[in-house]
Design a protein around this ligand. Structure first.
Ligand SMILES: *Cc1c(COP(=O)(O)O)cnc(C)c1O
Length: 387
């Protein structure tokens, strides 16, 4: 059989997920029938405006904030950029605050933005202490927070190692010092109910394609009163924080995808967490010199990640793909990069361990049969690559 016709097993849901059918159907009318510009006065404009504001109300309900606190963006990366740059620059001009605190295991959308703020915009940037699982040290944050800090940004659920941070406790420390805290919840929102009131964060990023919505659309929660300036300037859309004609079908899709995610959260957990734990236990039991990366229990529901000593993770991915399994070595943004992941080095792994990383992330459609056939081939593949 032609190899291109063979359907592989997709185990890379942390990289992206397919658009759910209900989401796709909700989006369709806004491409051709109700295609208006939501800023127009006429009937077409009003229809789009209604769809936009209904989506905003829906997203706000899901994460427990006011509709006016939701800013629609082009995705998780843009939400992170707007949060960090927008707030850091606004806080500096208001209070002279000139420092940025982030964890050393952020997604590049945060870490590279912080780096640019340092190198181009003359902010100081410091990394917070983390433990071996990538959880931020509360005492370290408490020690280092002060009014000179413009913004703190800490990832909610880690895309590479699956670890969930104690966001509420971290946010309390920031609030006592009156410093705004942003969390990148792009990965977490697919697996946990987000509640900005419970968690007390000031800014929170979402991206639809991680929870079975379309790629290229996201949202940023901005608590009212948080200092922030727009990063993309132009028209006065999104409370003058994000210029550009609204992408109504995608925004409608994001709202629908988040609704479905939250509706099914309990059933999803019941199904997927035992599969995740079975996969983790089986891999560690069947492969010598293997380690789980990230926290064993404070961990995203679908997320498994490992390191195998003395092999090349990219080679492993190629052989797994040939065997019919689509996995990842960490972040999808690292394709073609032979260096071990910064995140893995920063949780303290030696390079000869960190180079042999594998991330296997499950999804709504993943079955026990798929997990079992994966577990059957993995030990042999690892062994052959170690020779
Ligand atoms: C995927 C991801 C992003 C980037 O989101 P895009 O919508 O792809 O731009 C940012 N942060 C985390 C944690 C992610 O998993």
């Amino acid at each position: 059989m032609d190899k291109s016709l063979k359907k592989n097993t997709y185990l890379d849901f942390a990289a992206t997920s397919p658009v759910e059918e209900r989401v796709f159907n909700a989006m369709l009318p806004y491409f051709r029938e109700d295609f208006g510009n939501s800023s127009s006065i006429h009937q077409w404009g009003q229809q789009s405006e209604n769809a936009l504001e209904n989506a905003r109300i829906s997203v706000a309900q899901k994460i427990n904030c006011k509709p006016t606190e939701i800013i629609f963006t082009s995705g998780g990366s843009e939400s992170d950029n707007l949060a960090l740059k927008g707030t850091a620059l606004a806080r500096r001009s208001l209070n002279g605050a000139n420092k940025i605190l982030i964890s050393p295991v952020e997604h590049p959308a945060v870490s590279e933005t912080a780096r640019q703020l340092k190198e181009v915009f003359d902010f100081e940037m410091e990394y917070l202490k983390i433990d071996e699982y990538g959880r931020v040290d509360l005492e370290d944050l408490e020690k280092r927070i002060n009014p000179e800090v413009a913004i703190v940004s800490i990832i909610y659920g880690n895309n590479e190692i699956g670890t969930i941070n104690p966001i509420r406790q971290l946010a309390e420390i920031c609030h006592q010092a009156l410093v705004p805290i942003h969390t990148d919840a792009v990965q977490a929102a697919a697996h946990l109910r987000m509640d900005v009131n419970r968690d007390q964060v000031d800014l929170l990023s979402l991206g639809a394609h991680k929870f079975y919505g379309p790629k290229g659309v996201g949202a940023l929660f901005v608590r009212s009163g948080t200092p922030i300036i727009p990063i993309q300037t132009g028209g006065n859309q999104e409370s003058e924080l994000r210029a550009g004609t609204h992408n109504i079908p995608y925004i409608v899709g994001l709202a629908e995808a988040l609704t479905i995610t939250n509706e099914n959260m309990n059933n999803y957990h019941e199904k997927i967490i035992p599969m995740r734990d079975y996969l983790i236990d089986s891999v560690l039991a069947s492969i010598p010199d293997s380690k789980l990366t990230g926290h064993p229990s404070h961990r995203l529901a679908n997320h498994t990640s490992f390191v195998f000593q003395g092999l090349d993770g990219n080679e492993l991915l190629v052989i797994l793909d040939q065997n019919g399994f689509a996995c990842s070595s960490g972040s999808a943004c690292k394709v073609g990069n032979p260096k071990p992941s910064e995140v893995l080095l920063n949780i303290g792994l030696a390079p000869e361990w960190a180079s042999g990383s594998l991330r296997v992330t499950l999804g709504r459609t993943t079955t026990m049969e798929e997990i079992n056939s994966f577990i059957q081939i993995l030990p042999g593949v690892v062994k052959s690559l170690r020779k």
